[in-house]
Design a protein around this ligand. Structure first.
Ligand code: NIG
Ligand code: FE
Length: 429
């Protein structure tokens, strides 16, 4: 448990090497090493190469192998830890009945417009204690870690008032401290209009700008500010006003953009230099092009489209046009109640025209870039954090091939083995 580990004899080391988002054709390059090995020292990757090279290096440096855990990854593929760069995993209550209503024909927006949807979860999250949210958060992070997710973005947005928004962000800070997964907090105060501000969107944006955002920034409770930019939720001018203020206070930007109706969210993301714009099911060609030119990562959420029976975002088109795509779960209690990474791989490859190699880049280095962390995570490169996934199969092709089933056998976080399927689960907590 000292953050020192040697992984050797891997049939395939999928390094995903790089320190920035991969765009267009670059997404297909995984930088493989056959019979690969890597050394992690004090949580950081120290050496990457073939097993023969790494063994020679260890011998030459007279390293004391007693200081290292050693994993024999014979017949196994080894990849960077997955990064889930878009989730809403801290919430109270559930909305299981809404899933059945949607099967009956009600749309997500119809349910939302009659007071269900996000606002339902808002009531339950306001009522939940910080400790209840924390306990649920631990369970959800455990589930994600077992899918190979070593870094998780999480959004507020189920409070829509000062105290509950702050409570959600404080819970995420606590989870980041105690759980092996890294938690990246995003302030999504403008996620929906609460009943007290019905038909007063502009006043609600003023409230967030004046009463909540300054404290979020001062106490460094969030690294990103996000907004649900959507017809009947927040308009492009309202979103621009909030995000511009957030950027002025030092937060980086994300948007829920062009999910249900095309409103120009992709164009706004490019204009503001957002780190990512997410969903994009209805984004215009022009908006996607401007995003690619401005270096905004297109974060696609196929399980949400699947769950809502909406058409998928145009992954193939975005990559062919030179854009950078990340994939994420969008885990939340309404539109997409799943933390399943295998499902994301299945949907992206089978229904979005994304190749297996591109999907792996999208869940690793590009997802890291969607969190502005491509310099520290998302690939197996020397100097990066030692976050590693070991599959129970010899090649990365098994990930989408084993349809919607978890192929992860072991997970290493900062050089410590934190999940081992062979030991029936978690090795911690
Ligand atoms: O990304 N689109 C808006 N927000 C979430 C859904 C949240 C919910 O339904 O609770 C999303 O899909
Ligand atoms: Fe979302």
């Amino acid at each position: 448990m000292n953050g020192n580990i040697i992984i050797k004899n891997a049939s395939q080391l999928v390094t995903c090497s790089g320190s920035a988002a991969k765009k267009g054709g670059e997404m297909a390059e995984l930088h493989l090493i056959s019979d690969g090995a890597l050394v992690i020292t004090e949580g950081k990757i120290d050496a990457v190469g073939t097993t023969r090279e790494i063994e020679a290096r260890l011998e030459a440096s007279a390293a004391d192998l007693k200081d290292f855990d050693i994993i024999d990854a014979r017949n196994k593929a080894v990849l960077p830890g997955f990064v889930d760069s878009h989730t809403h995993f801290v919430f109270g209550g559930y909305r299981a009945e809404e899933f059945s209503w949607r099967l009956r024909g009600d749309s997500y927006m119809e349910i939302m417009n009659r007071g269900g949807g996000i606002v339902n979860t808002v009531k339950a999250t306001r009522d939940a204690s910080a400790d209840q949210l924390f306990q649920c958060g631990i369970q959800r992070l455990d589930a994600m870690l077992a899918f190979g997710v070593t870094t998780v973005e999480g959004k507020s947005g189920y409070g829509l008032d000062h105290d509950t928004e702050i409570k959600q962000l404080e819970v995420m800070a606590h989870l980041d401290q105690v759980h092996y997964a890294d938690v990246v907090p995003t302030f999504l105060g403008a996620h929906a209009i609460p009943p007290e501000y019905l038909n007063r969107q502009d006043d609600f944006i003023d409230f967030m700008i004046d009463e909540v955002l300054p404290e979020v920034s001062e106490r460094k409770l969030a690294q990103f500010c996000d907004v649900f930019c959507e017809k009947n939720v927040f308009s492009v001018p309202q979103s621009r006003r909030l995000l511009t203020r957030a950027a002025g206070l030092g937060l980086k930007l994300k948007l829920h953009a062009d999910e249900i109706v095309q409103t120009g969210g992709a164009e706004l993301a490019a204009e503001l230099g957002a780190v990512s714009a997410d969903h994009l099911l209805q984004a215009s060609d022009e908006g996607l092009q401007r995003m690619a030119a401005a270096g905004v990562v297109a974060t696609l959420l196929p399980a949400t489209a699947f769950s809502l029976k909406e058409p998928y975002a145009r992954g193939r088109h975005i990559i062919d046009a030179g854009g950078a795509v990340a994939l994420a779960t969008d885990f939340n209690p309404g539109s997409c109640f799943t933390e399943s990474i295998p499902l994301i791989f299945s949907l992206a490859t089978l229904y979005m025209g994304i190749t297996t190699e591109e999907a792996i880049s999208a869940m690793t280095i590009n997802a890291a870039a969607a969190l502005d962390r491509a310099d520290t995570i998302g690939s197996l490169d020397v100097g990066k954090q030692g976050d590693v996934v070991i599959l129970e199969y010899p090649s990365y092709h098994f990930i989408p091939y084993h349809l919607a089933v978890n192929t992860v056998e072991k997970v290493v976080k900062k050089g410590t083995l934190v999940f081992d399927k062979q030991k029936r689960g978690m090795t911690y907590c």
